[in-house]
Design a protein. Sequence first.
Lengths: 126, 226
Amino acid sequence: MKHLVASFLIFALVLTVCFMGSGTIVCGTNELTQKTDAVIQNVNDDNYSDALKNLNGLVEFWDKTQNKFIPFINMERVDEISEKLNSIQSFCNKENKPHMLAELSSVKFLIQDLKEAEEFSIFSLV
Amino acid sequence: MIKVLLRTLISYIAIIVSIRLMGKRQIGDMQPTELVVTLLIGELIAISLQDLGEPILLSLSSIFILVFLEVAVSFVCSKVPFIKRLLGGKPIVLINKGVIDQKAMAEVRMSSEDLLNLLHSFGTFDIEDVYCAVLEVNGTLSVNLKKEAQPLTLKAPQNSLPLLVVSNGKLITTSIKYLGLKKQDFMLLLKNKKANLKDIYFMTLDSGGNTVIINKTQTPKKENVQ
Protein backbone atom coordinates (compact mmCIF):
# COMPACT_ATOMS: atom_id res chain seq x y z
CA MET A 1 0.00 0.00 0.00
CA LYS A 2 2.82 2.41 0.88
CA HIS A 3 4.40 1.72 -2.54
CA LEU A 4 1.10 2.64 -4.15
CA VAL A 5 0.91 5.88 -2.17
CA ALA A 6 4.55 6.77 -2.90
CA SER A 7 4.22 6.05 -6.61
CA PHE A 8 0.95 7.98 -6.72
CA LEU A 9 2.62 11.02 -5.13
CA ILE A 10 5.42 10.90 -7.69
CA PHE A 11 2.85 10.39 -10.44
CA ALA A 12 0.91 13.44 -9.23
CA LEU A 13 4.14 15.47 -9.19
CA VAL A 14 4.99 14.31 -12.71
CA LEU A 15 1.49 15.23 -13.92
CA THR A 16 1.77 18.70 -12.34
CA VAL A 17 5.17 19.29 -13.97
CA CYS A 18 3.85 18.04 -17.34
CA PHE A 19 0.81 20.35 -17.24
CA MET A 20 2.92 23.29 -16.07
CA GLY A 21 5.45 22.65 -18.82
CA SER A 22 2.73 22.36 -21.41
CA GLY A 23 1.12 25.61 -20.22
CA THR A 24 4.48 27.42 -20.28
CA ILE A 25 5.15 26.30 -23.85
CA VAL A 26 1.67 27.19 -25.13
CA CYS A 27 1.71 30.67 -23.51
CA GLY A 28 5.29 31.36 -24.60
CA THR A 29 4.71 30.26 -28.19
CA ASN A 30 1.53 32.38 -28.43
CA GLU A 31 3.47 35.50 -27.51
CA LEU A 32 6.39 34.55 -29.78
CA THR A 33 3.97 34.10 -32.71
CA GLN A 34 2.47 37.56 -32.09
CA LYS A 35 5.91 39.14 -31.97
CA THR A 36 7.00 37.32 -35.14
CA ASP A 37 3.81 38.47 -36.93
CA ALA A 38 4.59 42.07 -35.95
CA VAL A 39 8.09 41.79 -37.47
CA ILE A 40 6.67 40.19 -40.65
CA GLN A 41 4.19 43.08 -40.95
CA ASN A 42 7.02 45.65 -40.54
CA VAL A 43 9.10 43.93 -43.23
CA ASN A 44 6.13 43.76 -45.60
CA ASP A 45 5.66 47.52 -45.08
CA ASP A 46 9.43 48.06 -45.71
CA ASN A 47 9.60 49.66 -42.26
CA TYR A 48 13.04 48.29 -41.29
CA SER A 49 13.61 50.55 -38.27
CA ASP A 50 10.45 49.23 -36.58
CA ALA A 51 11.27 45.73 -37.83
CA LEU A 52 14.68 45.90 -36.13
CA LYS A 53 13.12 47.24 -32.93
CA ASN A 54 10.46 44.50 -32.86
CA LEU A 55 13.02 41.88 -33.86
CA ASN A 56 15.26 42.88 -30.93
CA GLY A 57 12.21 42.59 -28.67
CA LEU A 58 11.49 39.15 -30.13
CA VAL A 59 15.11 37.98 -29.62
CA GLU A 60 15.12 39.34 -26.05
CA PHE A 61 11.84 37.56 -25.28
CA TRP A 62 13.12 34.35 -26.88
CA ASP A 63 16.30 34.46 -24.78
CA LYS A 64 14.19 34.64 -21.63
CA THR A 65 11.63 32.07 -22.74
CA GLN A 66 13.99 29.41 -24.09
CA ASN A 67 15.31 28.71 -20.60
CA LYS A 68 11.77 27.80 -19.55
CA PHE A 69 11.35 25.60 -22.65
CA ILE A 70 14.62 23.66 -22.35
CA PRO A 71 13.42 21.15 -19.68
CA PHE A 72 10.49 20.14 -21.90
CA ILE A 73 11.66 20.18 -25.52
CA ASN A 74 14.61 18.86 -27.47
CA MET A 75 17.64 21.16 -27.33
CA GLU A 76 18.07 20.92 -31.11
CA ARG A 77 14.72 22.64 -31.69
CA VAL A 78 15.69 25.50 -29.36
CA ASP A 79 19.04 25.89 -31.14
CA GLU A 80 17.31 25.88 -34.53
CA ILE A 81 15.08 28.83 -33.59
CA SER A 82 18.01 30.75 -32.00
CA GLU A 83 20.07 30.22 -35.17
CA LYS A 84 17.26 31.48 -37.41
CA LEU A 85 16.70 34.59 -35.24
CA ASN A 86 20.42 35.43 -35.49
CA SER A 87 20.37 35.22 -39.27
CA ILE A 88 17.19 37.37 -39.40
CA GLN A 89 19.03 40.09 -37.46
CA SER A 90 21.82 40.08 -40.10
CA PHE A 91 19.29 40.19 -42.95
CA CYS A 92 17.45 43.05 -41.23
CA ASN A 93 20.64 45.11 -40.99
CA LYS A 94 21.14 44.65 -44.74
CA GLU A 95 17.40 45.21 -45.41
CA ASN A 96 17.25 41.92 -47.32
CA LYS A 97 13.47 41.54 -47.57
CA PRO A 98 13.10 38.15 -49.36
CA HIS A 99 15.57 36.35 -47.06
CA MET A 100 14.10 38.01 -43.98
CA LEU A 101 10.55 36.96 -44.87
CA ALA A 102 11.69 33.43 -45.65
CA GLU A 103 13.52 33.10 -42.33
CA LEU A 104 10.67 34.73 -40.39
CA SER A 105 8.23 32.22 -41.91
CA SER A 106 10.56 29.40 -40.86
CA VAL A 107 10.73 30.76 -37.30
CA LYS A 108 6.96 31.09 -37.17
CA PHE A 109 6.57 27.52 -38.42
CA LEU A 110 9.05 26.18 -35.84
CA ILE A 111 7.30 28.07 -33.03
CA GLN A 112 3.88 26.82 -34.10
CA ASP A 113 5.28 23.32 -34.37
CA LEU A 114 6.36 23.53 -30.71
CA LYS A 115 2.88 24.64 -29.74
CA GLU A 116 1.14 21.96 -31.79
CA ALA A 117 3.31 19.27 -30.22
CA GLU A 118 2.07 20.35 -26.79
CA GLU A 119 -1.58 20.86 -27.61
CA PHE A 120 -3.75 17.81 -27.10
CA SER A 121 -5.37 16.36 -30.17
CA ILE A 122 -5.90 12.90 -31.61
CA PHE A 123 -3.47 13.73 -34.43
CA SER A 124 -0.72 14.86 -32.04
CA LEU A 125 -1.20 11.60 -30.10
CA VAL A 126 -0.50 9.44 -33.11
CA MET B 1 31.04 16.08 -19.56
CA ILE B 2 29.58 17.20 -16.22
CA LYS B 3 26.16 17.06 -17.88
CA VAL B 4 26.73 13.38 -18.77
CA LEU B 5 27.81 12.66 -15.20
CA LEU B 6 24.78 14.35 -13.68
CA ARG B 7 22.33 12.80 -16.14
CA THR B 8 23.76 9.34 -15.43
CA LEU B 9 23.51 9.95 -11.70
CA ILE B 10 19.89 11.12 -12.00
CA SER B 11 19.06 8.13 -14.23
CA TYR B 12 20.65 5.73 -11.74
CA ILE B 13 18.65 7.20 -8.86
CA ALA B 14 15.46 7.05 -10.96
CA ILE B 15 16.07 3.37 -11.73
CA ILE B 16 16.71 2.54 -8.06
CA VAL B 17 13.57 4.41 -6.96
CA SER B 18 11.40 2.83 -9.65
CA ILE B 19 12.65 -0.72 -8.96
CA ARG B 20 12.12 -0.21 -5.22
CA LEU B 21 8.60 1.06 -5.86
CA MET B 22 7.80 -1.94 -8.05
CA GLY B 23 9.21 -4.33 -5.45
CA LYS B 24 12.21 -6.61 -5.57
CA ARG B 25 11.87 -9.55 -7.91
CA GLN B 26 14.20 -11.55 -10.09
CA ILE B 27 13.64 -11.67 -13.85
CA GLY B 28 12.30 -15.25 -13.64
CA ASP B 29 9.75 -14.30 -10.99
CA MET B 30 8.33 -11.35 -12.88
CA GLN B 31 4.78 -11.20 -14.13
CA PRO B 32 4.47 -10.32 -17.85
CA THR B 33 3.52 -6.69 -17.10
CA GLU B 34 6.47 -6.24 -14.72
CA LEU B 35 8.88 -7.60 -17.33
CA VAL B 36 7.53 -5.21 -19.96
CA VAL B 37 7.78 -2.21 -17.62
CA THR B 38 11.34 -3.14 -16.59
CA LEU B 39 12.42 -3.40 -20.23
CA LEU B 40 10.72 -0.09 -21.06
CA ILE B 41 12.48 1.67 -18.15
CA GLY B 42 15.82 0.50 -19.54
CA GLU B 43 14.94 1.81 -23.00
CA LEU B 44 13.76 5.18 -21.66
CA ILE B 45 16.91 5.68 -19.60
CA ALA B 46 19.03 4.75 -22.63
CA ILE B 47 17.36 7.50 -24.69
CA SER B 48 18.17 10.24 -22.17
CA LEU B 49 21.74 8.98 -21.71
CA GLN B 50 22.49 8.70 -25.43
CA ASP B 51 20.80 11.87 -26.66
CA LEU B 52 21.98 14.77 -24.53
CA GLY B 53 19.65 17.14 -26.41
CA GLU B 54 16.60 15.22 -25.19
CA PRO B 55 15.32 16.55 -21.84
CA ILE B 56 15.84 14.00 -19.08
CA LEU B 57 12.56 15.19 -17.54
CA LEU B 58 10.64 13.53 -20.38
CA SER B 59 12.27 10.14 -19.74
CA LEU B 60 11.78 10.48 -15.98
CA SER B 61 8.11 11.43 -16.46
CA SER B 62 7.50 8.38 -18.66
CA ILE B 63 9.32 6.11 -16.20
CA PHE B 64 7.35 7.26 -13.17
CA ILE B 65 4.04 7.11 -15.05
CA LEU B 66 4.87 3.51 -16.01
CA VAL B 67 5.88 2.69 -12.43
CA PHE B 68 2.66 4.15 -11.05
CA LEU B 69 0.59 2.20 -13.58
CA GLU B 70 2.47 -1.00 -12.75
CA VAL B 71 2.03 -0.55 -8.99
CA ALA B 72 -1.64 0.39 -9.43
CA VAL B 73 -2.31 -2.58 -11.72
CA SER B 74 -0.58 -5.02 -9.34
CA PHE B 75 -2.64 -3.54 -6.47
CA VAL B 76 -5.86 -4.03 -8.43
CA CYS B 77 -4.71 -7.56 -9.38
CA SER B 78 -4.22 -8.42 -5.72
CA LYS B 79 -7.82 -7.36 -5.03
CA VAL B 80 -9.55 -8.64 -8.19
CA PRO B 81 -8.52 -12.17 -9.25
CA PHE B 82 -10.26 -11.79 -12.62
CA ILE B 83 -7.99 -8.85 -13.58
CA LYS B 84 -4.97 -10.82 -12.37
CA ARG B 85 -5.91 -13.76 -14.60
CA LEU B 86 -6.67 -11.41 -17.49
CA LEU B 87 -3.30 -9.61 -17.32
CA GLY B 88 -1.02 -12.32 -15.97
CA GLY B 89 -2.57 -15.46 -17.38
CA LYS B 90 -3.15 -18.63 -15.38
CA PRO B 91 -1.01 -21.68 -14.59
CA ILE B 92 -1.50 -24.52 -17.07
CA VAL B 93 -1.36 -28.20 -16.15
CA LEU B 94 0.83 -29.92 -18.75
CA ILE B 95 0.99 -33.35 -17.12
CA ASN B 96 -2.02 -34.49 -15.14
CA LYS B 97 -1.95 -37.77 -13.22
CA GLY B 98 1.03 -38.90 -15.30
CA VAL B 99 -0.62 -38.13 -18.66
CA ILE B 100 0.59 -35.35 -20.95
CA ASP B 101 -2.24 -32.96 -21.75
CA GLN B 102 -1.60 -32.48 -25.47
CA LYS B 103 -4.29 -29.82 -25.77
CA ALA B 104 -2.60 -27.76 -23.04
CA MET B 105 0.78 -28.32 -24.72
CA ALA B 106 -0.62 -26.95 -27.99
CA GLU B 107 -2.18 -24.04 -26.13
CA VAL B 108 1.19 -22.95 -24.71
CA ARG B 109 2.93 -23.79 -28.02
CA MET B 110 5.33 -26.15 -26.29
CA SER B 111 6.82 -29.18 -28.01
CA SER B 112 7.49 -32.47 -26.23
CA GLU B 113 11.24 -31.69 -26.52
CA ASP B 114 10.71 -28.40 -24.68
CA LEU B 115 8.81 -30.22 -21.95
CA LEU B 116 11.55 -32.81 -21.63
CA ASN B 117 14.20 -30.08 -21.44
CA LEU B 118 12.28 -28.36 -18.66
CA LEU B 119 11.91 -31.66 -16.80
CA HIS B 120 15.66 -32.30 -17.20
CA SER B 121 16.41 -28.95 -15.60
CA PHE B 122 14.16 -30.04 -12.74
CA GLY B 123 16.27 -33.21 -12.39
CA THR B 124 13.69 -35.58 -13.86
CA PHE B 125 14.86 -37.70 -16.80
CA ASP B 126 11.97 -40.14 -17.07
CA ILE B 127 8.61 -38.62 -17.93
CA GLU B 128 6.96 -41.67 -16.33
CA ASP B 129 8.14 -40.39 -12.94
CA VAL B 130 6.05 -37.24 -13.24
CA TYR B 131 2.62 -37.28 -11.64
CA CYS B 132 1.79 -33.65 -12.28
CA ALA B 133 3.58 -30.74 -13.99
CA VAL B 134 2.30 -27.19 -14.05
CA LEU B 135 3.58 -24.36 -16.22
CA GLU B 136 3.42 -21.34 -13.95
CA VAL B 137 2.51 -17.81 -15.03
CA ASN B 138 6.16 -16.70 -14.89
CA GLY B 139 7.19 -19.50 -17.28
CA THR B 140 8.72 -21.90 -14.75
CA LEU B 141 7.64 -25.51 -14.49
CA SER B 142 6.50 -26.97 -11.16
CA VAL B 143 6.71 -30.74 -10.96
CA ASN B 144 5.13 -33.20 -8.56
CA LEU B 145 6.82 -36.60 -8.87
CA LYS B 146 5.03 -39.90 -8.49
CA LYS B 147 5.24 -41.42 -5.04
CA GLU B 148 7.69 -44.12 -6.14
CA ALA B 149 9.96 -41.58 -7.84
CA GLN B 150 10.23 -39.30 -4.83
CA PRO B 151 13.41 -39.56 -2.79
CA LEU B 152 11.60 -40.35 0.45
CA THR B 153 9.08 -43.18 0.78
CA LEU B 154 5.76 -41.65 1.65
CA LYS B 155 2.99 -43.48 3.38
CA ALA B 156 0.45 -40.95 2.27
CA PRO B 157 -1.56 -41.58 -0.90
CA GLN B 158 -0.64 -39.76 -4.11
CA ASN B 159 -2.12 -36.30 -3.94
CA SER B 160 -2.41 -33.59 -6.50
CA LEU B 161 -0.37 -30.40 -6.24
CA PRO B 162 -1.74 -28.23 -3.46
CA LEU B 163 -3.89 -25.64 -5.18
CA LEU B 164 -4.57 -22.12 -4.01
CA VAL B 165 -8.24 -22.17 -3.09
CA VAL B 166 -8.60 -18.96 -1.11
CA SER B 167 -6.70 -15.77 -1.77
CA ASN B 168 -7.25 -12.75 0.44
CA GLY B 169 -10.71 -13.87 1.57
CA LYS B 170 -11.83 -14.75 -1.95
CA LEU B 171 -12.71 -18.27 -3.08
CA ILE B 172 -10.99 -19.47 -6.26
CA THR B 173 -13.73 -21.54 -7.83
CA THR B 174 -11.57 -22.95 -10.65
CA SER B 175 -9.30 -24.65 -8.08
CA ILE B 176 -12.29 -26.08 -6.22
CA LYS B 177 -13.68 -27.46 -9.48
CA TYR B 178 -10.29 -28.93 -10.38
CA LEU B 179 -10.22 -30.77 -7.05
CA GLY B 180 -13.66 -32.19 -7.84
CA LEU B 181 -15.35 -30.36 -5.01
CA LYS B 182 -18.54 -28.34 -4.91
CA LYS B 183 -18.71 -24.98 -3.19
CA GLN B 184 -20.95 -26.46 -0.48
CA ASP B 185 -18.38 -29.24 0.21
CA PHE B 186 -15.67 -26.67 0.51
CA MET B 187 -17.70 -24.46 2.83
CA LEU B 188 -18.36 -27.56 4.96
CA LEU B 189 -14.61 -28.23 5.03
CA LEU B 190 -14.03 -24.67 6.21
CA LYS B 191 -16.72 -25.10 8.86
CA ASN B 192 -15.04 -28.29 10.10
CA LYS B 193 -11.80 -26.38 10.40
CA LYS B 194 -13.61 -23.56 12.17
CA ALA B 195 -12.30 -21.17 9.56
CA ASN B 196 -14.10 -18.18 8.14
CA LEU B 197 -13.61 -17.50 4.43
CA LYS B 198 -13.36 -13.74 4.93
CA ASP B 199 -10.60 -14.17 7.56
CA ILE B 200 -8.40 -16.38 5.38
CA TYR B 201 -5.50 -14.69 3.63
CA PHE B 202 -4.14 -17.81 1.90
CA MET B 203 -5.34 -21.39 1.75
CA THR B 204 -4.11 -24.35 -0.25
CA LEU B 205 -5.83 -27.69 -0.62
CA ASP B 206 -4.82 -30.91 -2.37
CA SER B 207 -6.85 -33.90 -3.47
CA GLY B 208 -5.91 -35.67 -0.24
CA GLY B 209 -7.60 -32.95 1.77
CA ASN B 210 -4.35 -31.52 3.11
CA THR B 211 -4.68 -27.84 3.77
CA VAL B 212 -2.48 -24.93 4.68
CA ILE B 213 -4.40 -22.01 6.08
CA ILE B 214 -2.95 -18.62 6.78
CA ASN B 215 -5.41 -16.30 8.37
CA LYS B 216 -5.06 -12.57 7.86
CA THR B 217 -2.13 -11.37 10.04
CA GLN B 218 -1.38 -14.85 11.42
CA THR B 219 1.41 -17.44 11.00
CA PRO B 220 0.64 -20.58 8.91
CA LYS B 221 -0.83 -23.75 10.44
CA LYS B 222 -0.58 -27.09 8.64
CA GLU B 223 -3.29 -29.68 8.98
CA ASN B 224 -4.34 -32.99 7.53
CA VAL B 225 -7.97 -33.97 7.49
CA GLN B 226 -7.22 -37.64 7.03
